[in-house]
Design a protein around this ligand. Structure first.
Ligand SMILES: [Zn+2]
Length: 157
């Protein structure tokens, strides 16, 4: 246990990760930050219309954690919508359901969530070079320094 609870599994990251109200200058705009796993909670429950139990399973978290994520996500979206704030989708404690990697030689392979959590890859399975990097899906924030962030996806809180 322990580590498993920390990382939420996310299957999809929204293509567009920034929304702003029309006509508001950026300088006066307030912003809410929607975590990637909060966006995933909304996607599973409100868009895919899955039951809470199934949604929680897909994200590898308990139903109470899922419920908290969903509440928080809805509250932020309501705040943005009603108070004219921008929404930025980024950060959180998540790992992709499948993460693609590429080595310097151009070999590509996929690593499932469970492996990313327990033992992220250090070498290319084909040529065994340690020069490997994760390929980020569109919209995934890749800023920051250090291996931890790159390998784990989301930015630390
Ligand atoms: Zn290779």
């Amino acid at each position: 246990m322990g580590r498993r609870q920390l990382w939420r599994r996310v299957s999809s990251i929204p293509m567009v990760t920034y929304f702003k109200p029309a006509g508001s200058p950026m300088t006066v705009l307030e912003e809410v930050q929607l975590l990637v796993e909060e966006a995933e909670a909304i996607r599973l429950k409100d868009f895919e219309k899955l039951e809470q139990e199934e949604s929680a399973q897909k994200m590898n978290i308990s139903q109470s954690t899922f419920s908290r994520l969903l509440d928080s996500a809805r509250q932020k979206i309501a705040d943005a919508l009603l108070n004219g704030k921008a929404i930025r989708i980024e950060g959180g404690k998540f790992e992709m359901a499948m993460r693609r990697f590429r080595c310097l030689q151009g070999h590509e392979w996929e690593v499932p969530f469970e492996t990313m959590i327990s033992a992220p890859p250090e070498n290319c399975p084909e040529c065994e070079t340690p020069n490997i990097m994760p390929l980020f899906p569109p919209g995934m924030h890749r800023g920051g320094h250090g291996r931890g962030r790159h390998f784990r996806g989301g930015l630390p809180e």
